[in-house]
Design a protein around this ligand. Structure first.
Ligand code: CP
Ligand code: NVA
Length: 313
């Protein structure tokens, strides 16, 4: 049994399979063709933090695959009344086939997985957001890295540059893991005090990322420029201090001009226009944020299918 708790849980071959499968699943969805490989399977979704995209993409995706979902939050379950995570894992995993969790510390999802009879998927923790990076990479391949047959070609990623402008957060950590596995480089620029931490990111070497004090330098020659909110969920008490510290880490048109002429812009959303990104960039021609959001559903359908059935076709 496999879990998907962080990006490094899978290797390059598994990602190549998932990208190809997600492309097939997306094509069928667009053609209104049924793709019901998980009939009668049930996904439990546990949210200890808010969500729009993660909830809708997993819930709609599971129904489209022929299965059903159970939605739990801290407020409306015993999780919010201090039932041990291990006990919750033992009970929930006897009744469903798959569990997706959005929570705080990575150690919490690891404890759940250790006591679960069924695969567990990370729907965002303080440290990682692997489903989002899966969608982001699929989106990059869809726009720039398709082979002559129109299929996503992960070899495209080798030697490419992704500029990360902003917080050294769960998204940044996951980008570092992805770069390590898929052979690209991340140019990271964060305000001082908000750097990425290689040990938290869980990567073996610093070979796949470079740190830049100035965000313009990080964007120079990049194939993709990406950012995220200044204050992630769970860090709201730091909001005012972060607003001051992050003032120069707003992706603007000058940064996009410093990147390659055909560079894309991504943001996992929700976005704050005028903070981490200018409206002209996120709503401009290089932005692919709506495809990025939609692709959460297609890649996660491939992921759920893979965790329950293994490679298909
Ligand atoms: N990008 C993302 O995970 O969005 P939600 O917080 O809306 O799920
Ligand atoms: N880094 C953000 C991502 C939200 C999808 C957060 O953790 O709140």
């Amino acid at each position: 049994m496999k879990h998907y708790l962080q990006f490094s849980d899978f290797g390059a071959d598994e990602y190549a399979y998932l990208f190809e499968r997600a492309a097939l699943i997306k094509r069928k969805f667009k053609a209104y063709e049924r793709h019901q490989t998980l009939t009668d399977r049930t996904l439990a979704m546990i949210f200890e933090k808010a969500s729009t995209r993660t909830r809708v993409s997993f819930e709609a995706g599971m129904y489209q695959l022929g299965g059903s979902v159970v939605h739990l939050t801290t407020g409306d379950s015993q999780l919010g009344r201090a039932e041990p995570i291990e006990d919750s894992a033992k009970v929930i995993s006897r009744m469903v086939d798959l569990v997706m969790i959005r929570t705080f510390e990575q150690t919490k999802i690891e404890a759940f997985a250790a006591h679960s009879r069924v695969p567990v998927i990370n729907g965002l923790t303080n440290e990682f957001h692997p489903c989002q990076i899966l969608a982001d990479l699929f989106t990059l391949l869809e726009h720039r890295g398709a082979n002559p047959q129109g299929k996503p070609d992960p070899a495209f990623l080798r030697g490419k540059t992704v500029a990360w402008v902003g917080d050294g957060n769960n998204m940044a950590n996951t980008w570092l893991q992805a770069a390590d596995i898929l052979g690209f480089t991340v140019h990271v620029s964060t305000p001082s005090g908000y750097e990425v931490d290689q040990s938290v990111a869980g990567i073996r070497s610093s070979g796949s990322y470079k740190v830049f004090a100035n965000p313009m330098d990080a964007c120079a020659g990049a194939d993709l420029v990406t950012t995220d909110v200044w204050t992630s969920m769970g860090y709201e008490a730091e909001n005012e201090a972060r607003k001051k510290a992050f003032n120069d880490w707003c992706v603007d048109q000058d940064m996009m001009r410093a990147a390659k002429p055909d560079a894309l812009f991504m943001h996992c959303l929700p976005a704050h226009r005028g903070e981490e990104v200018e409206a002209e960039v996120i709503d401009g021609p290089q932005s692919v944020v709506w495809d990025e959001a939609e692709n959460r559903m297609h890649v996660q359908k491939a992921l759920m299918e893979y965790l329950l059935l293994g490679q298909q076709g």
